[in-house]
Ligand binder design. Structure first.
Ligand code: NAD
Ligand code: DAU
Length: 343
């Protein structure tokens, strides 16, 4: 099987590439990534020389390049991770979110229609459901919870989801969608809560908590997300949507304190700063459907996953220090000199 993984130089996409290479070594992985600020080719170094791995520097909005790739490679499955993914950046500049997350998705699906595909999978987010109140712990996001977005980011992702379902109904495109809660783990860009707090704490810099830090997120170890997507692309019926989450709700302030404790840093580093505009209060996923249909269950308990993650950032300082210094941007030039880069 040939699988196109878009956004494979980013956080979850790269973890998915590693998961697939290990779990299904017989499959060929074609990674498509335009290497925005969030894409880091050095992350993919461990698989770069594999026979069954190819990297293509392509923007998913670039119709000609995407069509050429499909024509040349004739993929069986597309898993679309490529996106602008950071809520705060979407508040600063929504346009690129609409272009990549909506238009890019439509270009990929047009290619799937034109050249034929067994499965197009859209990696979506629990943020499409909006937020839940803090005082109703009995409430969860179900697959039929109405879409009710808050930020330009979540709105762009919800728009893409609607488009995916429209291509399914109108053109019969064989699609699936997954909506996952907050991921954490290795290779997450240090603009997101957990890696940002680890990097700042290690440098004894202030830890900027938005507002009171009472907002709740439902954290899932990234490998558990990858495993769920793998099950969906191979076993789910066309047209299905699955929520993915591990029932692990935590307040932001609890996460930040836990990181301080682990790194032996004082809580005095914590600085409550101006809140995010339109800040969603609580996310909480009901993953019953994916458990019942596909047998998925999260395997990594948060207590273990967070320790592994903090230890990974301690053991891989050059990876995130290069990001903070901007050096990782030069890595692409270096890699393209003598590596298997095909477009
Ligand atoms: P990320 O920002 O770490 O990575 C995104 C990747 O997409 C980068 O490698 C970037 O270079 C690439 N990209 C961006 N625009 C592109 C374009 N126009 N063409 C080709 N490549 C492009 O994001 P992530 O956190 O790994 O998220 C991956 C996907 O999962 C996104 O679709 C996101 O909405 C979704 N998601 C993320 C989370 C989370 O907690 N991080 C949770 C649920 C869903
Ligand atoms: O729920 C899934 C979503 O999770 C994904 O769709 C997004 O791509 C991903 O970025 C993530 O969105 P969040 O906005 O929840 O993640 P972020 O790490 O940006 O923030 C997590 C929480 O921490 C949120 O309540 C805002 C808060 N926060 C974040 C940062 C960066 C802070 O308090 N301080 C910070 O500096």
């Amino acid at each position: 099987m040939k699988i196109i993984v878009t956004g494979g130089a980013g956080f979850i996409g790269s973890n998915f590439v590693f998961y697939e290479r290990k779990k299904h070594p017989e499959d060929e992985i074609l990674c498509v990534d335009s290497l925005t600020y969030a894409g880091n080719l050095s992350t993919l170094e461990p698989v770069m020389n594999d026979d069954k791995f190819k990297f293509f520097k392509i923007d998913i909005r670039d119709r000609d390049s995407v069509y050429r790739l499909f024509e040349d490679e004739k993929p069986d499955i597309v898993v679309n991770f490529a996106a602008e993914s950071h809520v705060d950046r979407s508040i600063e500049n929504p346009t690129i979110f609409l272009e990549t997350n909506i238009i890019g998705t439509s270009v990929l699906m047009d290619a799937c229609r034109k050249y034929g595909i067994k499965r197009y999978h859209q990696v979506s987010t629990d943020e499409v459901y909006g937020d839940l109140p803090l005082d109703r712990p009995d409430m969860f996001f179900h697959e039929d919870t109405p879409i009710h977005t808050s930020s330009p980011y979540s709105t762009s992702k919800a728009s893409a989801d609607l488009l995916v379902m429209a291509y399914h109904r109108t053109y019969g495109l064989p699609v699936t969608i997954s909506r996952c809660s907050n991921n954490y783990g290795p290779y997450q860009f240090p603009e997101k809560l957990i890696p940002l707090m680890i990097a700042n704490a290690l440098a004894d810099k202030p830890l900027p908590v938005y507002g009171e830090g009472k907002n709740v997120r439902d954290w899932l170890y990234v490998e558990d997300h990858c495993k769920a997507i793998d099950l969906i692309i191979r076993n789910a019926k066309d047209g299905e949507t699955y929520n993915i989450g591990g029932h692990n709700e935590m307040k932001n302030i609890e996460i930040v304190k836990l990181i301080c404790d682990y790194l032996d840093k004082p809580y005095s580093l914590i600085e409550h700063v101006e809140d995010r505009k339109g800040h969603d209060m609580r996310y909480a996923i009901d993953p019953t459907k994916i458990h019942n249909d596909l047998g998925w269950l999260p395997e990594t308990a948060f207590a273990d996953g967070i320790k592994k993650t903090i230890q990974w950032y301690l053991d891989n300082k050059p990876w995130w220090e290069n990001i903070i210094s901007g050096d990782y941007m030069n890595y692409y030039e270096k890699m393209y000199g003598n590596r298997k880069v095909l477009d």
